[in-house]
Design a protein around this ligand. Structure first.
Ligand SMILES: O=P(O)(O)OC[C@H]1O[C@H](O[C@H]2O[C@H](CO)[C@@H](O)[C@H](O)[C@H]2O)[C@H](O)[C@@H](O)[C@@H]1O
Ligand code: UDP
Length: 512
């Protein structure tokens, strides 16, 4: 590794106090260091940033850089994050593509979203996935102290708990899945499905977004692995793995404050001025086949065709941030959407009116909140979605005296809580077209009643509660297991000292 451009310093991770799990290490592929003025990439990083920041945990994830030989010598850029730290690992250059694009997002993601027809992977990709899980396990040892608990996030790391156990780690290890878990026949379409689920049982606690996800997982474990499941707990060679539901939330007060504050932001005020009294529907999604974007645009098209009097009185602002563009299914979708939007605009547009404003760029959450508040209708129509935080953010950003209406797919995890939204089946294009029109003309009293009921749910299940409920449950789940948690680590182990570089090294390749 060339060190010419590296400024070395050290960062000492100190113990936090309070709670039983005093040293929490949170692990996810995607991390965020974004400020409120930058767009977030995906809900996982957006949700974790503020809570990890406050908790004093160490958050370990990808630096977005690749490094030759990273497996032999893990290299992390470490910076302070609130009371804790953010540790960004350079990932092994030989395995990143196979791990992230080849297996996580071309085998697991399609299956988890019930699209086994889109699975395209190889044995090498699986090998790379396992290599990166094992690489993270070795890197995590550096952060282990006697009272550490590890909390692993998402489908990128199904096998990370088993890799840590194989290295002798007996500490609490929890896992949370941000996506849906499909029915057992669908998960059975993933190459190596059995090994992966067996590996997951090394976790003390496995968290899901909804009851349906947990039940699907347990039914796979019972029927396909033939293991005993009792009261949501699976017994395996690793001991007990508790499976429970923790619907992820947002900070509704923060979004309300952002929305109130951002009305003067140039993007928000320009949008308002450009509407000239016309109504607005808004969609905010990564360009992903799970998000039902094609169906949504077709429904908007159908609505304008069926009810031409709505032309010039409503338009759709679709923020569509590009995602995972190196994967064929994503590239194809980008092209399909660009063509579809231009076709709809071409057929319905006028010299001074465009029905769909389609933007492939991201906005900060402060601006986003102002855009949400400007729109009378929020359209969230995934075919399958773990939660969908945009649905929750749209509701939280509304003006309490004149709230907008949420049109929400019944296949988003968020529909379990936001059941007073107008729930739709995204496969029923005519039904969605009618529902968007209903939302546009809903009387104030009904809008308020529906909105207040949703706000009550959002206030009862905030991101702060999600975080502390999981950590408490992990503590209890670990206590169920008979292992002596810290046998392998001397009580006097010194704090970890990592080399840190403050500028990108020439030896690493930047990814995103
Ligand atoms: O990291 P990327 O590959 O760019 O993808 C972005 C994230 O997408 C997924 O987000 C999920 O988590 C959200 C919060 O729990 C949830 O609301 C949403 O339904 C999920 O799709 C993915 O699971 C993350 O790992 C990615 O970082
Ligand atoms: O321009 C944008 C678009 C989205 N987001 C954030 O990205 C997250 C998307 O999360 P969601 O759960 O809806 O979907 P995911 O992308 O994780 O599947 C939300 O917190 C949004 O506020 C953002 O900050 N700027």
């Amino acid at each position: 590794m060339t060190r010419n451009h590296i400024h070395e310093r050290t960062f000492i991770i100190r113990s936090q106090s309070g709670g039983n799990l005093v040293n929490l290490v949170v692990v996810s592929n995607r991390v965020s260091r974004a400020s409120a003025n930058e767009p977030m990439t995906g809900g996982l990083a957006a949700a974790l940033l503020p809570v990890v920041e406050k908790s004093g945990a160490i958050w370990v994830g990808s630096s977005g850089r690749l490094r030759e030989g990273a497996q032999k010598e893990p290299f992390a850029e470490i910076e302070a994050l609130g009371a804790g730290a953010l540790a960004m690992l350079d990932l092994p250059a030989a395995h990143y593509e196979g791990y992230y694009e080849g297996f996580a997002n071309s085998a697991l993601w399609p299956a988890l979203h019930s699209r086994t027809d889109l699975i395209r992977t190889t044995q090498d990709n699986y090998q790379s996935y396992r290599e990166v899980n094992s690489f993270f396990a070795r890197a995590l040892l550096k952060f282990r102290k006697p009272d550490t608990a590890f909390w692993i996030q998402d489908y990128h790391f199904l096998a990370l708990g088993a890799e840590l156990r194989a290295l002798g780690v007996t500490h609490p290890i929890g896992f949370f899945l941000h996506t849906p878990w499909p029915t057992r026949d669908i998960f059975g379409g993933v190459p190596h499905h059995r090994e992966l689920v067996e590996a997951m049982l090394a976790y003390d606690l496995i968290g899901f977004q909804t009851d349906g996800d947990r039940d699907n997982f347990l039914s796979y474990v019972e029927a396909d692995l033939g293991l005993e499941v009792s009261g949501g707990t699976v017994q395996s060679r690793y001991g007990a793995a508790r499976c429970a539901v923790f619907p992820i939330g947002i900070d509704p007060a923060k979004f309300a404050a952002f929305a109130a504050k951002s009305s003067s932001h140039p993007d928000v005020s320009r949008l308002r001025r450009s509407l000239n009294g016309e109504k607005l529907a808004i969609g905010v999604d990564r360009v992903d086949y799970s998000k039902g974007l094609v169906n949504r645009i077709e429904a908007f098209d159908r609505m304008l065709t069926a009810q031409p009097q709505l032309k010039r009185s409503v338009s759709l602002l679709q923020i569509a941030t590009l995602s995972r563009g190196n994967i064929e299914a994503y590239g194809d979708l980008q092209n399909q959407l660009a063509k579809l939007v231009s076709d709809v605009n071409g057929r319905h547009g006028e010299v001074d009116w465009t029905p769909i404003r389609y933007l492939n760029k991201g906005f900060s959450q402060t601006v986003l909140a102002g855009l949400y508040r400007t729109a009378q209708v929020g359209v969230v129509t995934p075919l399958h979605d773990g939660m969908n935080l945009v649905a929750k953010e749209y509701v939280a950003a509304q003006n309490p005296v004149d709230p907008g209406v949420l049109v929400l797919s019944k296949f988003a995890g968020a529909a379990n809580e936001l059941d007073t939204a107008l729930l739709v089946n995204p496969n029923d294009i005519d039904g969605m077209a009618r529902t968007i029109a209903t939302a546009l003309s809903m009387p104030l009293l009904e809008r308020r009643m529906r909105w207040e009921a949703m706000m009550t749910k959002l206030r009862a299940g905030t991101i702060q509660e999600w975080f502390s409920d999981f950590v408490d449950a992990l503590d209890r789940a670990h206590a169920l297991n008979d292992t002596a948690a810290n046998d392998d680590v001397p009580a006097s182990e010194p704090p970890v000292v990592w080399p840190v570089h403050s500028v990108a090294s020439g030896a690493a390749t930047r990814l995103h």
